[in-house]
Each structure stands twice: as structure tokens, then as C-alpha cells.
Design a binder for this molecule. Structure first.
Ligand code: S3P
Length: 163
């Protein structure tokens, strides 16, 4: 089986859906953010604070290429599509699922979040960011699943009928 890559904005449910999918399909799970934290022995928030977003994107691009392109479920960071080379790589190497979530739903899900540096940066217009990224997520994806009002179980059931 080709690896399945879950893409989507912060709060779209990539992590929970990936966990559930890996249980149902009995396939190992990888989270690119976790892999970055393990590899560099620090938190994502720390990388942003100490080295900046560009360094984080370099790490992310590098880690993506190290993910096995077979027999894995891979949850990616919301900004993976910020680099065209990552879009190209995903399109040619994986089955890519876009978990599409509305702005209202994201705001609701992330209201108490304090761990995500971009979400918690007041200077960034996250709504605009979602609008821009939505185009890139769609360009990258083989399949799109709308997640609003759905549990990870419901999303996985839907996903299994697609792949
Ligand atoms: C980011 C999303 C985060 C993480 C980093 C940057 C983004 O992952 O990779 O904070 O640019 O949207 P999640 O999508 O899992 O929150």
C-alpha cells in the first residue's frame, strides 16, 4: 500500500483521524511534527521562537522526504503545502487526503490552544491563511473530506470507502 498522507489546516483533525485510521487499517502511524520534535529534541514552539519559521520549514521539508512512501499513515503539519516542492513530492509519492474544515469549526476547535505558534500569533491573519492554503490543499489532494460536525470515526469510515 502507498502511504496515506493527511493534510489540512491546524485543527482539521489530522492527528486524531490518522490515529484512528492506523488502528483500523493496522498500519503504522507517523506524525511529521512529532518526528521533528524527536529529531531536534525540542518543541515546535521552541523552534519557531529560537530559530524562526524558515528553519522550521526546512526541517519539515527534510522530514517529509524521510517518511516511508509505503505502508504508513502520515499526519502532516498544516503548513506542509507552504512549499511547492512539498506539494510536488506529496503528489508523486503518496495518497493524499485533505481534511477540509471551515473557519468557524477551526476557531471552535482551537479556542483553548496555546501550543501552536502560528495560531497564537496575533500578527497573523489566520482566516486569510486558511483561504490561501485551501487552494493548495485542494491542488495537492487525491481526495477531500469535509470534517465539520464529524467525529474521527465518521471521517475514517468515509475515508475507507474512498481509498
Ligand atoms: C503549522 C501547523 C502545525 C505545526 C506548526 C506550523 C502551520 O501543525 O506544524 O505549528 O503552519 O499551520 P498542526 O497542523 O498539526 O497544528
Amino acid at each position: 500500500m502507498k502511504s496515506i498522507y493527511l493534510i489540512g489546516f491546524m485543527g482539521s483533525g489530522k492527528t486524531s483521524v490518522a490515529k484512528r485510521l492506523s488502528e483500523v487499517l493496522h498500519v503504522s502511524l507517523i506524525d511529521t511534527d512529532d518526528l521533528i520534535e524527536e529529531t531536534y529534541q525540542t518543541t515546535i514552539a521552541n523552534i519557531f521562537a529560537k530559530s524562526g519559521e524558515k528553519t522550521f520549514r526546512d526541517y519539515e521539508t527534510d522530514i517529509l522526504r524521510k517518511t516511508p512512501i509505503k505502508d504508513r499513515i502520515i499526519s502532516t503539519g498544516g503548513g506542509i503545502i507552504e512549499r511547492q516542492e512539498n506539494i510536488d513530492w506529496l503528489k508523486s509519492n503518496g495518497i493524499v487526503i485533505y481534511l477540509q474544515t471551515s473557519w468557524q469549526e477551526i476557531v471552535h476547535r482551537l479556542k483553548d490552544d496555546s501550543a501552536r505558534p502560528i495560531w497564537n500569533n496575533e500578527q497573523r491573519d489566520k482566516k486569510k491563511m486558511l483561504e490561501k492554503r485551501d487552494i493548495k490543499y485542494k491542488e495537492t489532494a487525491d481526495y477531500i473530506i469535509i470534517t465539520d460536525g464529524k467525529t474521527p470515526e465518521m471521517i475514517v469510515n468515509e475515508l475507507i470507502t474512498l481509498i
